[in-house]
Every structure is written in structure tokens, then in C-alpha cells.
Design a protein around this ligand. Structure first.
Ligand SMILES: CC(C)(COP(=O)(O)OP(=O)(O)OC[C@H]1O[C@@H](n2cnc3c(N)ncnc32)[C@H](O)[C@@H]1OP(=O)(O)O)[C@@H](O)C(=O)NCCC(=O)NCCS
Length: 154
């Protein structure tokens, strides 16, 4: 899609975290833009505070964002041990721009990142978008069970 910039952030996304950098390394309140995107379009990540988002970024091995002008319109991140296991988290495209290939771009950028490319297995959890990921080479993990321990109030 024309007019979209994809940013592959440094590990932990320090430019976004500390300076709010967007396309062209311009300071455009990137943390606010990230919060707006997640609050509006990522139902599982609604209401995360700036402080929490800063920690989340700092602990992410790979971070990718998509921009249309000064608006963040897509995001995805991954944690990885760089050899055996990586997990994708918080993949989202703004609702009005879904279905135009942007989600695919986010996933491809994450999977092609050096910290992800060479790991044995890449995992992800999704409640509503399994078919999207199946198109991109992910399979149902029928041999494994997802276990969950709920902590704090969430
Ligand atoms: C899931 C999401 C990231 C996909 O991004 P997107 O930009 O809409 O997807 P794309 O346009 O890149 O789609 C790529 C392909 O997947 C298909 N696809 C997209 N969403 C799909 C879905 N929910 N079910 C089935 N196929 C889907 C598209 O038709 C397209 O196929 P094509 O290349 O043959 O045309 C986006 O819709 C989104 O943010 N949804 C809400 C948040 C969410 O649920 N995120 C996942 C949580 S883990």
C-alpha cells in the first residue's frame, strides 16, 4: 500500500521509547501514537499505561511499526532467545486499513529479523485471527496445550 512507512526498530526500541521517534527519525510523540493504536484497535492491550508500554518495548527483542504520515497504523513485536524459541506479540493493524496487506508486512518484517530468522520455532497466541496466521505458514499446535496462569487483576 502506497504512503506507508515500515520502521524496524532497534532492540528495545529506544528511539521510540525515549524520544517518540517516528518515520525519518522525527520526534512525533510516538509513545502516544502507540497507545492510541493499541487502545483503539487491540482489544487485549486497551488501557496499558505509557510506563507499561515503555517496559514492554524495552523487553522486546524485535519491534516493528507502520506509519501513515504521523499516525501509527500498525505494530508488532517479538521476544526471542535467538536460537530456539521466539514468540510474536501485539500484532495489530488499524481497523480502517485492515485487509490491504499491512498485517502481512508486519509479520514478514518480524519473521525476517535476524533475531527471529534462525530460531527453531516461532509461537504466537491469537483468539480471533488464526486464519490470517495460517496463510502465513503458521499451523495449529495440536500436539501442544496452551496453559495459562492468571496473575494480578488481569
Ligand atoms: C489480524 C490483522 C493483524 C491482519 O492484518 P491485515 O492488514 O488486516 O491483514 P492483511 O491484509 O495483511 O492480510 C493478509 C492475508 O490474510 C488474510 N486475512 C487477514 N485477516 C484474516 C482473517 N481474520 N481471517 C482470514 N484471513 C485473513 C487476507 O485476506 C490476506 O490474504 P491475501 O494475501 O490472500 O489477500 C488485523 O486484521 C488486525 O489487527 N486485527 C485486529 C487485531 C488482532 O486480532 N490481532 C491479532 C491478535 S494475535
Amino acid at each position: 500500500m502506497a504512503g506507508i512507512n515500515l520502521i524496524k526498530h532497534a532492540p528495545g526500541a529506544p528511539g521510540l521509547r525515549f524520544l517518540g521517534l517516528g518515520p525519518g527519525l522525527m520526534p512525533i510523540r510516538g509513545m502516544l501514537k502507540l497507545k492510541l493504536l493499541l487502545d483503539k484497535h487491540a482489544f487485549w492491550a486497551d488501557g496499558r499505561t505509557n510506563a507499561q508500554l515503555r517496559i514492554l518495548l524495552s523487553q522486546s527483542t524485535v519491534v516493528v511499526s507502520l506509519w501513515r504520515g504521523k499516525r501509527m497504523v500498525g505494530f508488532g513485536r517479538a521476544t526471542s532467545d535467538k536460537v530456539f524459541r521466539a514468540v510474536l506479540w501485539d500484532v495489530v493493524v488499524a481497523g480502517d486499513l485492515q485487509g490491504r496487506g499491512l498485517g502481512r508486512k508486519v509479520i514478514e518484517a518480524l519473521l525476517n529479523a535476524p533475531a527471529i530468522r534462525n530460531v527453531e520455532r516461532v509461537y504466537l497466541m491469537t483468539s480471533q485471527s488464526a486464519e490470517f496466521y495460517q496463510q502465513l505458514g503458521f499451523e495449529n499446535a495440536n500436539s501442544q496445550k496452551l496453559l495459562l496462569k492468571k496473575q494480578l487483576s488481569n
